[in-house]
Structure formats: C-alpha cells, structure tokens
Design a protein around this ligand. Sequence first.
Ligand code: ADE
Ligand code: ZN
Length: 340
Amino acid sequence: MVIDSFLQNIPKAELHIHIEGSLEPELMFTLAKRNNISLPYASVEAIRTAYQFENLQSFLDLYYAGMNVLQTEQDFYDLTWAYLERCAAQNVLHTEIFFDPQAHTSRGIPFATVHAGIHRALQAGQQRWGITSYLILCFLRHLSVESAMATLEQALPFKSTLIAVGLDSSELGHPPTKFQPVFEQARQSGFLTVAHAGEEGPAAYIWEAIRLLGVARIDHGVRCVEDQHLLEYLIQTQIPLTVCPLSNIKLCVFDSMQQHNLKQLLDLGLCVTVNSDDPAYFGGYITENYQAVQAALDLRTQDIYQLAKNSFTASFLPPEAKAAYYQELDRWMNTTGLSD
Ligand code: ADE
Ligand code: ZN
C-alpha cells in the first residue's frame, strides 16, 4: 500500500477543527449568492491567493470576515455536511468540532440557529456514515469575560448536545486567567474544558490553562518545549496536545515543516495528535496534515499508528467506544501487512 493511501485510509479521529474554518471558497461564493452578500473577491482563485498569513491575527481577520456569509440554519448545515463528506473520504471515524457562537450572535444570528444547523448535520452524518461526533463551544478570548459568561448562559438549554467549552482567537495578551470565572461556571454546569494555549503564547499560558481552567486537553501547545518542568508534567499526566501542523506553518509558528516539533514530542512520550484546525484556510484536511508531517519528519509506520491511536485516546469518547475504535484500528493495520 502506498503511503498516501495508508495515511488517507488509516482509521482516525479529529479533535481540533473549527467548523467555520472549513468554509471553502466555493461554498463561500455559493452562500454569498444565496444570501445576497457581496464579497470583496472576484473569484475563488482570488480568495485562495489572499490566504497568505504572517501570524494568527492576520488569519483571524480573514476568518471572521469570511464567515459573514453564514446566515441561516441551512448555511450552517451545509458547512458542516461538507466537512463530514471530507471525514468520510479520509476515514475520520470520530470528530470533535469547535464552533464560535459569539462570531455569529454578534452579527445578529441567534445561537439556536447556529447550533441547530451544525447539530442536525452531525446527526445526519452519523446516520449516513456512522461518524460519531461531539460539539465544543469556544469562547473568543479577544472579547470580554462578561460576553463569554453571557454565551455560556445561552448554551445551557443545549447542554446535552455540547461536550465541552474551549477558548480560541487572539492568544497574545489574552491569557487563560482572564476566563477563570467562566470556566469555573462551565465545569460546575457539567462541561469538560479545553483551551488553545502555547500556539503563539508562552508555556506559562499552558500552565494557566491546566491549573486555572482545569482543561482536559491543550489545543496546539507546541511551545511546551520551552519549559522542561511542563514537558515532564505533560508526559506524566498524558494531558493531550491537539497539534495542527499545516496551521503552524501557515501562521509562521515554525519556519518550515522540517522544524516542526511533533516528532520530538511524540518520541518524548507526550500524547500528541494531528488535526487540521482551519482546513479551508491552511491547505488541507487531516490526511494532508498527516502527509505533510510524514514527509517532512520522516515518520515511520509505527509513528503514524501511534498518532492515530492517540487521536482516539485523547477523545472524549467513553472507554468502551475507545476500545472499539482501537480494535478497528488494529484490524485495519493487520490488513495492510505494513511494518517497519
Ligand atoms: N480560531 C480559529 N483557528 C484558530 C487558531 N488556530 N488559533 C486561535 N483561534 C482560532
Ligand atoms: Zn484552533
């Protein structure tokens, strides 16, 4: 089996995908037309050409502008369905999806509209392909703690369909500590917690996310290597990192994929996973992320297997479901006859 087919077909989970970041330029045009919105681009190619970023903020500016085309429940359904089609094609058996409600409620789109479209598509995806999924509500950290608290209140009626809350958007200058009261309230209401930390921000933000927000996973976290004590803690506790290689290159977190520390973290024994973050903006879905790190870091079959296994281990699935996915992964590995 050639390597590309191996990476595409190996059973895997995705744990770090912003559904709004899966809005492909083609769908952006379709929705703009449907909703009578004019785009500042002449063509799909012009949009793709504009996707050159020098840091996280330069990406976020286009990301928030792009999602203005999302207006109706059907728009959110179509967005989510298109992502699930990619999951089916890349053998993603389970996905845990972020959404940014404040980026929509601030434009007058009700929380319930956003939620209904995404949730309905996830249910349909399970029916159609058997893909299991959880939904994670992210607070935008460049907005106030009061706004986050109001968003948590809005989410409570939908609690049974939301597994966790997270924290995303502009990291520098917005440390996790700012959101401690909201995360405290969220945990009391029964949500698990995750947070983006150590993407552009320092290792100290990862410590804060763990100690003050009680996170079960760190999103990105690649700057953990700057703190030896933190590295040892992550190895010992197995708190997972959801790493997004293509994102890290597009946003200049590393100068090149050869310099990415994924393999270093894997070899040290951290529970690292591979994810796409915002695939429509960063040049690929989960398989393309596996392909990029495999080629640049010369990953062996055993490394890829470990990354796929970690993706189920780091998920919020109950132990029986994890065990079933491990079995499926092992059965699939045996059919390939690959070893090295
Ligand atoms: N929102 C969407 N993608 C993000 C990223 N990579 N970091 C922080 N916030 C985000
Ligand atoms: Zn992210």
